[in-house]
Structures are given as structure tokens and as C-alpha cells.
Design a protein around this ligand. Structure first.
Ligand SMILES: Cc1ncc(COP(=O)(O)O)c(C=O)c1O
Length: 418
């Protein structure tokens, strides 16, 4: 006890007080592109021309897919993609509960029912074996989420989908640039969606996209996101009840500039993540998101640490996070409330439950989260997951060494004070 290294949480000098790299990153190339779009005088979507076209062409090349459609954000990209693959009211869609709210609300917005399957305890991505147990006669689609930028087990997911004749819509909001067996995520399933919201590795403040290799899905998605218009139709001819989910030309210009620096940023993040993996794995009680061999590129949107409180004298994750922050390391618990326990999702489920009962449909919609069998999701959300953000990974090797030193200092203090 006498030699215990003091922690910054108790008032000792922190490991670091310098900030990690700021986000977003931009330079004269972004300014020039945005100015060019402004001066063009055409600020809305140019529907297949201009920066919008240039950006979607980049996405098509990157994903070796036939079509990309830019949207206003990642949430509506998911809604449109699900609708475009044929999801209808009261269909079931299997999703993880360890994800951002939109993965489930994109389903409920369509009047369909999200059914939660568990994640793999080591990768934190959707577990195909759990998905298989959730399939029913009403299941229409599966939404694997490439969480933290790591591709989900697409072999397993496509396998379940093929067996049961289901659609696959990849939620790649966090995973631009990631690849599964060499193929960019997004167009491995029937369709996939991205987010370009402020925190994302490719950022235009807000923005989204859908990619697909299927022209029928692409045409439907384009129409649904463009007020129900059709490519050959007139402006006020609306073939389906679509909505306006278009991306502006100014945002597209920013994305064209931003995407040019993505490969360099990805290399930097990957190097940092590898350093963190090897350094943190030596610390008893800490492990990191494990990487299946099918993951050829991890987009490194988040760096996930798995915290085992028993190795830290049973101090809860919230204490570890406070201790790391005090040492100058920004980190967070991430999704503390899994979606099967999220009040907004529960409210939507209760509504569908009542609708099903009132219309005499024998649909059993779970409304008690404790009755759902999602142990890995609960552990990751409530006890284990600690996130470092992507901009921290843009730091130097010395910055990563500080993260490891802080974690080691905290662990050693726990040892000496137990
Ligand atoms: C997994 C996931 N899906 C969907 C979204 C929704 O994207 P947006 O914020 O652009 O609507 C996000 C954004 O955080 C996300 O992380």
C-alpha cells in the first residue's frame, strides 16, 4: 500500500494533459471544393450530376458495386434500403441490440418489428447462430451492423439468409473503408448503408449513402429518396409515396474532398489500433475486440476495450473510465443501454404489440427485456465495453503509448491497493 502509484483520479499528476488530435480535419482542398459548390449556385442535389455524382462514383468504385445513392443521413439510408428490399409493416427484421438506435428505429419507422439477436462475446458483432434462432415465418431481413468499423461475420449472416430466403441490409454506418474477405462492406448483402455524420471517419456534418449491386433495389431506393420520382419521369410525377432524403451539393463537395484523405487516415488509425492491441492485451483484465480471419480491413471507427472488473478489484467500468479520463485519456462506455432495454424501442414495441392484438394477428412481440436471451449484449453494454474514438487513433505512436501507460498505471494501483 505504501508504494502504491497514485492516480490522477486521486489528485496525482495525470499521464498527459495534451489533447489528442482534433476532429474534423480539413484543409484548402475542402475549402476549395465547398467554395466551388457554393459558386456553382446549385446547392441542392443535382440528381446524378456534379459533386453528388462524383461522390457516388467513388463509392461505387470503392465497393465494386453497380450503384450508390447519396442520402441526407445514415438513418434515412437504412429506412430507404429496408423498404427498397421489400420490408413491409409487421414484417420482422433481425438486428443486434448492441448498436445505435437508428438500426432498430429504421425498422419501426416502416411499421416493421425489430427482433433482437445476440452479439458474439469477443467480436461484438451479430452472432449468426443467435440470428438463426430468431428466424420465424414473418422474418423478412437481417441487418448486420459493422460495429466500431469491424465487419460482421458476413459468411455466417449470408448463410442464414440464404437458408431462409431473407434479405440482408448491412448497417455500415461506422465502417466506410472496411472489407470482409477483400470486399468493401455494404454491397456484400442485398444493400448496405453508410453515415457521414460529424463523428464518422468520413464526415460532411450530416450525410448518408446506400450501396447495392442490384439495379431493381437501386431504382426503388433512388425513387423512395427522391419524392417517389422515377429517373425518366417529370418533376411532378411521383410513382411511389417516397420522401425527400437527398444530400445537398455542398455536402457532396465536402465528401469528395474528405474521401481523398481517407486512405492515409485509415493507415494511421490501423497502426495506432495495432499498437493499442498489443500494449493493452498485456494488462490483465483488459482485452480488445477480437478480429475474425474474414476481416481483411477494419475501418477503426472505435477502438473497443473489454473491461473485466474482477481484475480491477471489482471496481465497475464507470470507475475505470473516470480514472482513464483523469489520466488525460478520453474514453466512454459507449452503448450503455442496449436497444432491447431502450425506452424508445420498448414504447414502439408496445405499440406494435397492441396493433397486433387489435387486428387479431398472432404475433408475439416481446415487451419484457429481462425475458430476452441476450447475455453477451447485456455484458458488453452494461459492464464491459469501453470505447476510444477514431480521432484519438489519428494520434502519434507516443500518444498511443500514453493510453497504454494510463491503463497499466490504473491496473497496478488496483493490484497494490487490494
Ligand atoms: C450503427 C449506426 N447506424 C445508423 C446510424 C445513423 O446514422 P446518422 O446519424 O447519419 O443518421 C449511426 C450513426 O451514429 C450508427 O452508428
Amino acid at each position: 500500500m505504501a508504494n502504491a502509484p497514485a492516480l490522477a483520479i486521486d489528485g496525482a499528476e495525470p499521464i498527459r494533459s495534451r489533447p489528442f488530435p482534433a476532429w474534423p480535419v480539413f484543409d484548402a482542398s475542402d475549402e476549395a471544393a465547398v467554395l466551388d459548390a457554393l459558386r456553382s449556385g446549385r446547392w441542392g442535389s443535382r440528381l446524378g450530376e456534379g459533386y453528388g455524382r462524383a461522390f457516388t462514383e467513388r463509392l461505387e468504385t470503392m465497393h465494386r458495386c453497380r450503384r450508390a445513392i447519396a442520402t441526407a443521413n445514415g438513418t434515412v439510408a437504412l429506412e430507404v434500403a429496408l423498404k427498397a428490399v421489400g420490408v413491409q409493416p409487421l414484417d420482422e427484421v433481425i438486428v443486434p441490440a448492441y448498436t445505435f438506435l437508428a438500426t432498430a428505429t429504421a425498422v419501426t419507422t416502416l411499421g416493421a418489428i425489430p427482433v433482437f439477436a445476440d452479439i458474439d462475446p469477443a467480436t461484438y458483432t451479430l452472432d449468426p447462430a443467435s440470428v438463426a434462432t430468431r428466424v420465424s415465418s414473418r422474418t423478412r431481413a437481417i441487418v448486420p451492423v459493422h460495429i466500431a468499423g469491424q465487419p460482421a461475420d458476413m459468411d455466417g449472416i449470408i448463410g442464414v439468409a440464404t437458408t431462409h430466403g431473407l434479405r440482408v441490409v448491412e448497417d455500415a454506418a461506422q465502417a466506410i473503408g472496411a472489407a470482409w474477405r477483400g470486399r468493401g462492406v455494404g454491397a456484400i448483402g442485398d444493400a448496405g448503408t453508410f453515415s457521414f455524420q460529424s463523428s464518422k471517419n468520413l464526415n460532411a456534418g450530416e450525410g448518408g449513402a446506400i450501396v447495392t449491386d442490384d439495379d431493381t433495389i437501386a431504382d426503388r431506393a433512388w425513387s423512395l429518396a427522391n419524392c417517389g420520382r422515377s429517373p425518366g419521369g417529370t418533376w411532378y410525377q411521383h410513382e411511389v409515396a417516397g420522401s425527400n432524403h437527398r444530400l445537398t451539393e455542398v455536402q457532396a463537395a465536402l465528401l469528395v474532398a474528405q474521401i481523398a484523405r481517407l486512405p492515409d487516415q485509415m493507415m494511421r488509425r490501423e497502426r495506432s489500433a495495432r499498437l493499442l492491441e498489443s500494449g493493452l492485451r498485456d494488462i490483465p483484465g483488459l482485452s480488445t475486440q477480437s478480429r475474425p480471419e474474414g476481416v481483411t480491413t477494419h475501418a477503426r471507427h472505435l477502438f473497443v476495450i473489454r473491461y473485466d472488473a474482477s481484475a480491477f478489484g471489482d471496481r465497475p467500468r464507470s470507475w475505470f473510465i473516470r480514472a482513464m479520463r483523469a489520466e488525460g485519456i478520453p474514453c466512454s462506455p459507449g452503448y450503455e443501454i442496449p436497444l432491447h432495454r431502450m425506452p424508445g424501442v420498448l414504447a414502439a414495441r408496445r405499440t406494435w404489440s397492441e396493433i397486433a392484438r387489435a387486428t387479431g394477428r398472432a404475433i408475439d412481440i416481446p415487451t419484457d427485456p429481462d425475458a430476452e436471451d441476450l447475455p453477451n449484449t447485456d455484458r458488453a453494454s452494461r459492464e464491459e465495453g469501453v470505447w476510444l474514438g477514431q480521432s484519438l487513433l489519428l494520434g502519434s505512436d507516443a500518444d498511443m503509448a500514453d493510453v497504454i501507460t494510463a491503463a497499466r498505471r490504473i491496473r497496478e494501483w488496483c493490484d497494490s491497493s487490494s
